[in-house]
Write a protein that binds this ligand. Sequence first.
Ligand code: 13P
Ligand code: SF4
Length: 333
Amino acid sequence: MHKTQLDIAKTNVQEKGFLDISAPPDRLLVEEIYKLKKEKNAVILAHYYQEDSIQDIADFVGDSLALAQEAAKTEAAIIVFAGVHFMAETAKILNPTKKVLLPDLKAGCSLADSCPPVDFKKFVAMHPDHKVVTYINCSAAIKALSDIVCTSSNASKIVNSFPKSQKLIFAPDKNLGEYINEQTGRNMVLWDGACMVHEAFSIDKLIDVHLRNPDALIVAHPESPKHILKVATYIGSTSGLLNYVKESKKQKFIVATEAGILHKMQQQVPHKILIPAPAKEDNTCACSECHYMKLNSLKKLYLCLKHETPAIEVAEELRKKALLPITRMLELS
Ligand code: 13P
Ligand code: SF4
């Protein structure tokens, strides 16, 4: 006889005297999350790098820009942000009266961490005649020191909104900054920060994979270092990569970004072959995974929705300062 998750849980109680009472088993978790979402008028926003089960249950899955746009227009009372801290914080900055929940408060970002506000303030002070463009992957304190925010899908457009004569600082991602300098013909001063996931791609291993798959196109996220971008046929944000792979007539792709994107990508192109770009260090999946993004789980999502914690808080004075550059970006996007 086929055993349901509930049967297994009951057997555990009877035979082992064990039951995790903090959350139901996975299948029931999904049902419970749907129930709670309705009861509480909550919306689940998820980034493409979240685990598959979270993407599948989310009301909206997108890249950083689309998620910020969705957060700006949602009418839900509660936003469960299945992503990392700076994303949930951006949603809170846009929605001070709503509850914004992050399933795991430790879901940070190596790129955001690479730009401490005290040091960045000094850096900005050293370049008095420069305007400050910051990638959305940074803290509210960094946003508050910025003239405008951008994401990987609108960075060129945002930079081009300034006259050519305007000197610019770009932070915190040096790889994206270098790429945008090339795209726009600028010479922006770059903060020396990077994403550990994209930095981890191995060019040697990537070339080996391509030699074994000469019919595959390499597509890459612009947070990747220059040597990876140099061999890519297409460079774009997560949604850019998704659309490119969907629209292309080619059948095989090596994808250089966090491996979570492959879930939605494969759903959209079920007959195409997708190969994750290899990371330097061999890990279990031999690809690049963001351990911050993967801190969120379906169980944590359920618990945070049920207990309405952990919630993101941003001090009002800081929120107002950080809101300005985000609003400027949204108006231009
Ligand atoms: P996008 O969602 O803008 O492609 O950025 C990817 C990323 O690193 C988010 O942390
Ligand atoms: Fe940050 Fe990189 Fe993880 Fe994105 S993938 S959240 S930039 S560490």
